[in-house]
Design a binder for this molecule. Structure first.
Ligand code: RIB
Ligand code: CA
Length: 308
């Protein structure tokens, strides 16, 4: 199965990369980077750092759009640090990003592919929206979009909105209205898949370069979540989206109509999920409501243990 990751590494994006690359049944055709957790130049560097750590420098990394479609960029240094990947001392990446712009690369790879491609966006949807608008024909070659973003219930940036959607609501609206199959892996799911100290200890005991890198990421990442929520480590949001692609059904979903609020003062970036079907609108997304946490943690820890 061909996949393209569009992401804003970011600690949980990094874990998502480690998870997907431990599974050769998924061919990571490219990693396209967007701005979100950190500015674009940092997310591109961070994606390359993770690939260097796991020895997959062969995966093309492309630079995308540096800011949301219509709004100034808002980043999350309080969660991910100034570099966007604080914690580990990063290796110097040995391979530069590709010269092709991420939006162009996304479109070209989709149009040239002889089979459908699954998109796994785990950051703001700026690049995906731009690609859909500039090259509408790509829709027919997208198997599905399994995105980490949104929430049926509470938000994490505001009471209404989850970060990825909140950063670029207009882009999210384009994606949800594009008519492409979407699986929305939102906070209702990821907050059920928290990692705890015992999980971190399991990873620490693996004693490899990759497991040590993952531990250093999670130790830094846990500081924010311990302080904000009292959680031991926290939700590896983006790895949940990868897990759904690896094990379809690990996330329990319900088809429903989702609209994205782009103009609300208190509700900017909310994924308004029509749980009860009151709008009469046709469902445009399979919305995640729960996850098999044990299966998810087993999948993640097995992946980390597979690196030697
Ligand atoms: O709200 C969590 C999401 O925002 C995750 O993808 C995290 O990496 C940030 O991008
Ligand atoms: Ca992310």
């Amino acid at each position: 199965m061909k996949v393209i990751l569009d992401m804003d590494p970011g600690h949980d994006d990094a874990l998502a990369i480690l998870l997907v690359l431990a599974h050769p049944e998924l061919e990571v055709v490219a990693i396209t980077c967007c701005a979100g957790n950190a500015p674009l130049h940092r997310t591109v560097m961070n994606a390359r750092v993770v690939l260097e750590v796991v020895g997959h420098q062969d995966v093309p990394v492309a630079k995308g759009l540096p800011a949301p479609l219509l709004r100034p960029l808002q980043t999350a240094p309080e969660v991910h640090g100034a570099t966007g990947l604080d914690g580990p001392v990063p290796p110097e990446p040995s391979v530069p990003p590709v010269g092709e712009h991420a939006v162009r690369l996304l479109a070209r790879l989709l149009l040239e592919s002889d089979e459908t491609v699954t998109l796994i966006p785990t950051g703001p949807l700026t690049n995906i929206a731009a690609a859909l608008r500039m090259h509408p024909r790509i829709s027919s070659n997208i198997e599905r979009i399994v995105l980490m973003g949104g929430a049926v219930g509470e938000g994490n940036v505001t009471p209404s909105a989850e970060f990825n959607i909140w950063v670029d609501p207009e882009a999210a609206a384009v994606v949800f209205e594009a008519g492409v199959p979407i699986t929305m892996v939102g906070l209702d799911v990821t907050h059920q898949a928290l990692l705890y100290d015992r999980d971190l200890e399991c990873i620490r005991r693996m004693g490899t370069r990759v497991s040590t890198f993952a531990c250093e990421l999670l130790e830094f990442y846990s500081r924010f979540h311990r302080g904000r929520y009292g959680w031991e480590v926290g939700p590896v949001h983006d790895a949940c989206a990868v897990a759904e692609v690896l094990r379809p059904g690990i996330v329990q979903t319900r088809d429903m109509y989702v609209a994205v609020e782009t103009s609300g003062v208190h509700t900017r970036g909310r994924t308004v999920c029509d749980v009860l079907g009151v709008t009469g609108e046709r469902a445009n997304a399979a919305v995640g409501l729960a996850i098999d946490r044990d299966a998810f943690v087993e999948l993640l820890l097995e992946a980390l243990a597979s690196y030697r």
